[in-house]
Design a protein around this ligand. Structure first.
Ligand SMILES: Nc1ncnc2c1ncn2[C@@H]1O[C@H](COP(=O)(O)OP(=O)(O)O)[C@@H](O)[C@H]1O
Ligand SMILES: [Mg+2]
Length: 453
């Protein structure tokens, strides 16, 4: 990664920002620490100076000679002249000293070493005052104090440099790693954009935030892939299945055209064409309705529904129709069983199932509706003793426009069970088809709710 690229990475800029903040804090802490320590040490040095001066003051210094000897002893004890002394008599003559003969004002002062003629770079802290008629100057080198400043500044300087290097290294590394993984995301999404929905992002075992996002994206891609595949299938099915009714329509119209040429009345042909186009229109309406249900917007209107009462009333409505067709329709429904749902759609789904049993079974068939509630589920079933559906076609009849071979000549769109499936999916219900020996059993199992509000 080039440095210019590095700068474009938010992770690197973040690392650098944090580094600068840490650096600022470090400098501030250093400055505060240094100031406090320096003041403390300066105070102590002043106290020591004051102590030395007082010691001379308190000694029995009526004897000037004793004072000179005491100072001489001190001077001898400080060969490096880290402590300096100068004693003048009342006439201004220097009595003893280890520095230049210069005028030092009374009280506190700070004097450069060169002025004192001491070969060092450090300044001196001085205290001067009258002492039993003489004038005494004592001074202490600032060497310790200034060394301390240097040690602290150097220490903080190195620490700051180390922090900076470590942060830049860490920032670059993080940016590099992140870029590596983001490249994977970018490339994968580019493949998706170009139409390949089977591609997936790499998910590492670490399970970090990027892995979580990648996992989510993979799941989305899987769902999207399944949806697109389903849609492709649906469009292919629809295109295939609609050719037959459209061909029929054309045949009717061609028949009408031929008859018109020959001067034969075309009323019957046109009536047949109208009927055929009405059937096509019905098919399209049903397809649209299923698509709308699948879009899921109706879920917002969900309310508690007593499925038992609902199925019982649908069965009641169809009782006469069933009887007219020579069937018997009974419902075995006792207790209430509540689910969350759309009353209108559920009614239509069960009507479709009962209509199928009536239409696709020979007369004399027994049709029964039942609702059974368990702890967490409600199962509603429509069972008939008719010819049933071969197990191999249980999934196929749920597809749009699919009809069993023998039903092709009967009226119907082949969309009744597709709508049942769409309604079941919308409600989070499982749809199960099985043989009722003889006959067909269709069971819808819903998540149960307790009581209505
Ligand atoms: N109760 C049933 N008994 C036997 N066959 C059935 C039954 N219900 C549905 N089928 C078969 O499944 C096919 C699809 O049903 P459906 O989607 O409702 O379409 P349609 O009823 O319009 O034909 C029907 O054409 C029929 O062949
Ligand atoms: Mg049907």
């Amino acid at each position: 990664m080039r440095p210019a690229d590095l700068w474009r990475h938010s992770s690197f800029r973040l690392a650098l920002g944090v580094t600068l903040a840490v650096l600022g804090a470090l400098i501030l802490a250093g400055a505060v620490g240094y100031t406090m320590l320096h003041r403390q040490l300066a105070d102590r040095q002043d106290a020591r100076l004051r102590e030395i001066f007082t010691t001379f003051q308190q000694s029995d210094a009526a004897d000037q000679q004793d004072l000179i000897e005491a100072i001489a002893a001190r001077i001898k004890a400080s060969p490096d002249r880290s402590s300096v002394y100068l004693l003048r008599d009342a006439d201004g003559n220097v009595l003893i000293s280890n520095i230049n003969d210069i005028a030092i004002p009374a009280g506190w002062s700070t004097v450069e070493a060169a002025t004192l003629d001491v070969p060092t770079d450090y300044p001196y802290r001085m205290f001067a005052g009258n002492l039993h008629g003489d004038y005494l100057v004592v001074g202490l080198s600032n060497a310790d104090l200034d060394d301390l400043a240097e040690i602290i500044l150097t220490g903080f300087g190195w620490a700051a440099a180390a922090v900076l290097v470590a942060a830049i290294a860490a920032g670059s590394w993080i940016a590099y790693r992140l870029q590596h993984r983001l490249n994977d995301v970018t490339e994968t999404l580019a493949r998706v954009a170009s139409g390949d929905l089977s591609t997936r992002l790499h998910v590492s075992k670490r399970g970090d935030d990027l892995d979580v996002i990648s996992g989510e994206i993979n799941q989305t891609l899987a769902r999207l892939g399944a949806l697109v595949e389903a849609m492709r299938q649906v469009s292919a099915d629809i295109a295939h299945e609609l050719r037959t009714p459209l061909n029929r329509l054309r045949i009717h119209i061609e028949g009408a055209a031929r008859n018109a040429e020959r001067g034969v009345p075309v009323g019957d042909d046109l009536a047949a064409a109208i009927e055929q186009s009405a059937a096509i229109d019905q098919t399209f309406s049903a397809l649209l309705r299923i698509a709308q249900i699948e879009a899921g917007a109706r879920r917002e209107k969900f309310a508690p529904v007593d499925l038992a009462a609902l199925l019982a009333s649908v069965a009641e409505v169809y009782a006469d129709v069933a009887e007219d067709a020579g069937h018997s329709l009974r419902s075995y429904i006792t207790e209430a069983a509540w689910v969350m749902g759309d009353r209108e759609l559920l009614t239509q789904a069960f009507a479709n199932l009962i209509e199928n049993a009536i239409r696709h079974c020979p007369s004399g068939t027994q049709i029964s509706c039942a609702v059974h509630a368990s702890g967490t589920a409600v199962t509603a079933s429509v069972i008939d003793t008719g010819p049933g559906i071969p197990a191999a076609e249980h999934d196929l009849v749920l597809r749009r426009l699919y009809r069993l071979e023998k039903s092709r000549t009967t009226t119907g769109t082949g969309l009744g069970l597709s709508l049942v499936k769409a309604v079941a999916d919308l409600h989070g219900a499982e749809i199960a088809m099985s043989a009722a020996n003889p006959g067909l059993r269709v069971e819808l199992t819903f998540p149960r709710i307790h009581g209505a509000s």
